[in-house]
Design a protein around this ligand. Structure first.
Ligand code: ZN
Length: 116
């Protein structure tokens, strides 16, 4: 212990005695010693609380979702209407176009940091 203070006192007259004192009190000539130990501790609390708030949600784009669904569903029928191999190729191309359209669901991540 760094801040430990040990003091010895006479049990009877409260005379401060040397810590290693043995036997009778030089003041009142009686036996008995009280050892007092005091601990001094300083506690420094350094708390840096970081609150991280993450708000994650999915933003649905209804318009794009319907557009992609419409093209995907209709492409084989367009191919069927055109007919033959050309129709199948056209249907495939239309189907591939939907892949170029951005996803209908967008993942949005909001992060806010607050310091205390
Ligand atoms: Zn004494």
């Amino acid at each position: 212990m760094e801040n430990q203070v040990i003091k010895s006192f006479c049990k009877w007259c409260n005379e401060l005695l040397p810590q290693n004192h043995q036997g009778k009190c030089p003041n009142c000539d009686r036996k008995g010693k009280i050892v007092s130990a005091t601990f001094k501790e300083s506690i420094t609390i350094k708390d840096f609380i970081k609150l991280k708030h993450v708000h994650e949600y999915y933003k649905k784009n209804i318009k794009i979702k319907w557009l992609v669904t419409t093209i995907t569903v209709s492409s084989p029928f367009i191919g069927l209407w055109i007919g033959g191999w050309i129709g199948a190729v056209v249907g495939l191309i239309i189907g591939l176009i939907t892949l170029l359209i951005p996803p209908s669901v967008t993942k949005i991540r909001e992060t806010t940091m607050s310091h205390n």
